[in-house]
Design a protein around this ligand. Structure first.
Ligand SMILES: Cc1cc2nc3c(=O)[nH]c(=O)nc-3n(C[C@H](O)[C@H](O)[C@H](O)COP(=O)(O)OP(=O)(O)OC[C@H]3O[C@@H](n4cnc5c(N)ncnc54)[C@H](O)[C@@H]3O)c2cc1C
Length: 354
């Protein structure tokens, strides 16, 4: 491990300890959005891609998501939203857009999200596109509704895809403060309410060409999709590893009666090691087979559900308290299972080669 990697680990641990841990209950119970923490990750240089290969960026940022998810999956999900948006800007061929936004997104001045669930479902044949784009002289007018976009706020931006016509779709970068965009906060979910999630209604929102990520979204999605899904995998790994730690912590209770439970931490440790081996192989071969990424994402979604459930059984009634860590992880894990690509969507990809 080199010096700068070690320094970054220390910086991250300190930030998690000082800027995230004290707020976790508030994030879960009061829908508090840990914006400050996310900005500080950027300020500390942890989103920087300077002097790194694509593989190094992916590996470092996947590790970042996992470390944050161990403490709070809701905030790690917000971080994923930002990294997804960063991926769009890093890969755009619109140099004006890249030069304007990439430095701010990487230094934490600007936070961003992604409205790509519906397009991902569209490309997998699950849904029609919710947004339409009308061509204009210097850009496009967007209309339609996205039911849920997270990691948004006053000065945030987010990526969307809209249908131009039967032949073409366009991908745009949209500021939250723009004429014609109505945002309604959504905080009635079972969990992850601290994810700054909004329903976004577009009525003739004008997007100039300078904010167009790609005029050929069908092609662009192929480029950004591997990172989009890879960055989700550590959400589940972080939650699973903390579930293992929690199972171990309570192993001595009631004269060690938990050892009679069918699922033990060793089962999950073995599964985690197997998944991590697959991820390492994937990154060695990057850019990678899309279906292999989907397969691992699917495995991790099931593994996470099993781990949080086992953790509930090992913790007994202490884990059944409304706002305790075990029950929070259970609620967060169900979101992970229903985050696009959801388990049903992934099963379709793996089954049908799409
Ligand atoms: C807390 C939370 C945060 C999310 N954040 C994001 C995000 O940042 N970006 C993003 O793109 N997606 C986001 N989503 C969507 C998510 O990724 C999944 O797509 C969704 O959770 C479930 O997908 P599903 O395939 O089961 O469809 P379902 O939710 O079962 O939806 C089926 C259909 O109904 C539509 N629909 C669902 N809810 C509503 C509603 N309230 N009003 C109108 N239509 C609706 C869907 O678009 C779809 O066409 C979020 C969802 C949740 C619960």
């Amino acid at each position: 491990m080199n010096k700068s990697t070690l320094e970054n680990i220390n910086i991250l641990n300190n930030l998690i300890h000082q800027e995230l841990k004290p707020y976790v209950k508030k994030i879960d119970v009061e829908a508090f959005y840990a914006e400050n923490f996310l900005k500080k990750l950027g300020e500390a240089g942890l989103f920087s891609s300077a002097n790194k290969s694509q593989k190094e960026v992916l590996a470092d940022e996947m590790n970042l998501v996992e470390e944050v998810a161990k403490t709070c999956m809701t905030t790690a999900f917000c971080l994923w939203c930002h990294l997804a948006a960063l991926t769009y800007v890093r890969n755009t061929r619109n140099e004006v857009l890249k030069q304007t936004f990439l430095p701010q997104l990487e230094n934490g001045d600007l936070l961003a999200g992604t409205g790509l669930s519906n397009p991902m479902k569209y490309y997998a044949g699950l849904e029609t596109l919710h947004l339409t784009a009308k061509s204009a002289d210097n850009g496009y007018y967007l209309s339609g509704v996205l039911p849920a976009v997270s990691n948004l706020g006053e000065n945030h931006w987010f990526g969307v895809i809209a249908n131009v016509d039967d032949q073409r779709r366009v991908m745009c970068f949209v500021p939250c403060q723009i004429e014609g965009l109505k945002m309604k906060a959504k905080v009635e979910y079972l969990g992850v309410n601290g994810s700054a999630t909004y329903a976004c209604q577009f009525t003739n929102v004008f997007i100039p060409n300078e904010w167009v990520l790609s005029k050929n979204a069908d092609e662009f999605v192929e480029i950004i999709r591997p990172a989009f899904v890879l960055y989700q995998i550590p959400l589940g790994l972080g939650v699973t590893k903390e579930s293992i730690a929690s199972i171990d912590t309570v192993s001595g209770r009631q004269n060690g009666c938990n050892r009679f439970l069918k699922k033990q931490s060793i089962d999950f440790e073995d599964a985690i090691q197997a998944v991590q081996g697959k991820i390492e192989n994937l990154l060695i071969a990057y850019p990678v087979n899309w279906k292999e990424i989907a397969q691992i994402r699917l495995e991790v979604a099931y593994l996470t559900l099993e781990a949080v459930q086992a953790n509930m059984l090992h913790n007994g009634s202490a884990g059944y308290l409304k706002d305790c860590v075990s029950s929070r992880r259970l609620r967060e894990a169900y979101f992970f299972a229903n985050l696009t690509p959801t388990i049903k969507h992934l099963e379709k990809i793996v089954d049908c080669c799409i």
